[in-house]
Write a protein that binds this ligand. Structure first.
Ligand SMILES: [Zn+2]
Length: 426
């Protein structure tokens, strides 16, 4: 008995002609020519050799500010600091109903694009904790479709903003599951380092994960990632801590970075780059040459540091574009980091699937026997083609049920094969 069988799928690891059998929301069989007696299969999905991928995962997002673009005005300079100021203007005007409605709208977009797990930072500097309450509500509401993991994020600085530490602790008590931070926005380097110490200790006491906005700056001397790695190692938080952005690494001295990356590896600290946002917000004080601002992705991977790509913003005070499409995010990351080799392009696909799943600690993630029956059938034959085409999601499956479908691009020329596909393989 199977609730669902996917026939003739290709997998991310290169296997093809695979049938996937699903029962009670889990993958129970994965083999070629899976046999099933007539009348014992609920639904059959014909993959026709297309890629069956685990769902997309976004390791870094802000669901409390999403879809607020233009409220109360647009970001004229396009800088990170004007974005933070603009968000400060918007915060007193927020209502819980509007927050919930925008977040649900975004989750709808995400599900349609096969994005079924999101780590969202939620600002805890507003003592009303309106956004925390709203997103806790949304987390429960969307559970059948999407895993939402929340980070208690002191946007205005846990030391710099009055009451922020108490609010952050209250958010954790309410059920927010990850400790956030923003050391480069504290008043001084010393206070930034102090914020990293107290927040990692808070996480260690409570057995929680940590994900800090860290060194989101073009200042090569912004080195809070070093402090984050050191406290992670001291407190035994290996594998539970991520540094988000790390854009200052782009501008750092090469010799210093050659010491820093092994420290990150030793502490098991993961890196989360946000290519769409880093490439547009960083380097704004430069004339020419103009820095890209994204962290050193291929070098971190070569040093054994896991790197995920996050979407970060969609239509908010920092970024007026975006559509919950993690293939667009990976496509930009690939270009900015010049990761055009075959293995490098596959690593970019992993950066929006397996790697963030590991960073979030998702249970039962993957297309293997015993995993949850959550996957995406892409209109592409392998991960590189998926990136090139930002492929249509032919079907999105959650718990063994099809929850979204998209049509592939078609023309009326009726040539053999699918539009935009070529027959040669490397
Ligand atoms: Zn962010």
């Amino acid at each position: 008995m199977f609730d669902l069988i996917v026939r003739n799928a290709s997998l991310v690891d290169g296997r093809s002609g695979i049938d996937v059998g699903v029962r009670d929301g889990r993958i129970v069989a994965l083999e070629t020519a899976l046999s099933a007696a007539p009348g014992t299969v609920g639904e059959v999905l014909e993959a026709d050799g297309l890629l069956l991928s685990p769902p997309f995962v976004d390791a870094h997002f802000h669901m409390d500010s999403t879809l607020s673009y233009g409220m109360p005005r647009v970001n004229r300079s396009g800088t990170l600091l004007e974005g933070i100021a603009l968000w400060g203007e918007l915060k007193p005007l927020l209502t819980q109903e509007a927050l919930v409605e925008r977040a649900l709208r975004y989750c709808d977009w995400a599900v349609a694009r096969g994005l079924l797990a999101i780590r969202s930072h939620v600002d805890v500097c507003d003592p009303r904790l309106l956004a925390v309450e709203a997103l806790l509500h949304v987390r429960e509401r969307v559970k059948p479709w999407l895993d939402l993991q929340l980070v208690a994020f002191p946007q205005d600085g846990v030391l710099r903003s009055p009451g922020a530490l108490a609010n952050l602790t209250r958010a954790l008590d309410m059920g927010v599951e990850v400790v956030g931070g923003i050391p480069h926005f504290e008043r001084t380097m010393a206070e930034g380092a102090e914020s990293v110490r107290l927040l990692t200790e808070l996480a260690a006491e409570r057995g929680l994960r940590v994900d800090m906005h860290c060194d989101e700056s073009d200042d090569p001397l912004s080195r809070h990632i070093e402090t984050l790695a050191a406290h992670t190692h001291r407190l035994g938080l290996h594998g539970r801590v991520a540094g988000s952005h790390l854009t200052s690494m782009h501008s750092m001295d090469n010799y210093y970075v050659s010491k820093l990356m092994p420290l990150m590896r030793e502490a098991g600290v993961a890196a989360i780059a946000n290519p769409l946002i880093n490439i547009t917000l960083q380097g704004r004080h430069d004339t020419y040459p103009k820095r890209r601002g994204m962290t050193r992705v291929p070098e971190l991977l070569a040093a054994g540091v896991p790197v995920a790509f996050g979407h970060d913003c969609v239509m908010d005070p920092w970024y007026g574009l975006g559509s919950a499409d993690m293939l667009e995010v990976a496509h930009m990351g690939l270009h900015v980091a010049q990761m055009t080799g075959q293995d490098a392009m596959r690593a970019c696909f992993d950066a929006v699937t397996d790697t963030p799943a590991h960073i979030l600690g998702l249970e039962g993630y993957g297309v293997s026997v015993g995993c949850k029956a959550d996957f995406v059938l892409l209109d592409a034959r392998d991960p590189v083609e998926a990136l090139r085409l930002r492929a249509a999601r032919r079907a999105v499956v959650r718990g063994g049920k099809v929850i979204a479908r998209s049509q592939p691009a078609m023309s009326s020329l009726n040539l053999p094969g699918r539009p935009q596909q070529v027959d040669f393989r490397l």
